[in-house]
Design a protein around this ligand. Sequence first.
Ligand code: AP5
Length: 226
Amino acid sequence: MVLKQALIFLGPPGAGKGTQSKRMAERCGVPHLSTGDMFRDAVSRGTELGRRVKPMMERGELAPDDVVMQMVEERLAESDCARGAVFDGFPRTLPQAERLGKILESKGFGKPLVVDFCIAPETLLRRIAGRWTCSVGGEIYNIYEAPPKIAGICDFDGGTLVQRADDRAEVVKERLAAYQRQTRPLADYYRRLGVLEEIDASASVDNVSRALAKIVNCGDGSDGRL
Ligand code: AP5
């Protein structure tokens, strides 16, 4: 990511966007903006926004574009986003992508860099079934691929690990359908803009990070190594 650039991680549920965007945001020293995390936080705090989106999330449907955009625009106005951000799970519809493009332009950002996480559906289901997340710091684990040292406890802050309410099989089916219907077309949209890069997201966590490091320039003179 060069200075003043947005990095967008695009891909289906369970592709590893959250895992990699946390690493990338830390590496580049910019915020990690996950609209899913922002909604889950609002739900757990019982805010008006949380009460509005909770039923949609429980059904695996997307939240309305105007709700998403208001939340993102408020977040982007904060000073820590001045140099860029890693977007995880946003944008997810064409109207969101078009609106984001206008916001970035008005803030004097260059074109975003969009990375499409390519992965087979059967791998996604296994990853989602094995996912546990820290209830305190949000660290993501997987009981098959990346287990914590002590079952049920976060290695970093000792928080309790929990499973997401929308990771039940019937909700996952709807989330995948929503992805195909509403988000998949964004790959073509960004390809036409000439800003899309694809990575093999089925590789190990470290190998996906290495592949990303070759694509993303943090603007700090790093040579792309982890
Ligand atoms: P959101 O939270 O964005 O969920 P998602 O896009 O469905 O993506 P996930 O978080 O499920 O997967 P991920 O790709 O981040 O994978 P992860 O890194 O965790 O959205 C939730 C809901 O919020 C939506 O359904 C919608 O209702 C609403 N919403 C959010 N944004 C919205 C928007 N813009 N517009 C409208 N509505 C919106 O990895 C998965 C598992 O695999 C983990 O266990 C991890 O440890 C493991 N893993 C990761 N990488 C690897 C690897 N390389 N090898 C092996 N295991 C791996």
